[in-house]
Design a protein around this ligand. Sequence first.
Ligand code: FES
Ligand code: FES
Length: 156
Amino acid sequence: MSFTIEVNGIARSVDVDGDTPLLWVLRDVLGMTGTKFGCGMALCGACTVHLDGAAIRSCITTIDSIGASKVTTIEEVGATPAGAKIQRAWLEHQVPQCGYCQSGQIMSAAALLSDKSDPTDADIDDAMSGNICRCGTYVRIREAIKLAAGPHEKER
Ligand code: FES
Ligand code: FES
């Protein structure tokens, strides 16, 4: 079947089965490989993208469920105010180690900051608990989110 979805502000038409996960469409059909495959079962967060600004797991989101909702991926999240702040803070704290989980981490953090400009520790725990990092970058992730939400960034 043919589906047209909006990805990073551009309408993209794809010819796939309706139960094809969005992750497969992004990576294999559209060639956008910044979004990663980890578990394929909504357990690791590596595949996180935004659907109308909310963080979702693209490995379990079927293409026929997207409709007119807007998809944002790691390739364009830096164009959003929250995404730009998160990416600057990630660089400043040199968060990534191997990097594999990091696009998903950034997408979850950007959705959090867009929703809550001054997140509490509990908010951060809640938003980030589904994103697993085998390299254990959790401390730097927390510091980077706090930097992105801090007064220095608010003045930009
Ligand atoms: S690949 Fe989607 S949550 Fe792990
Ligand atoms: S940086 Fe290696 S898995 Fe997170």
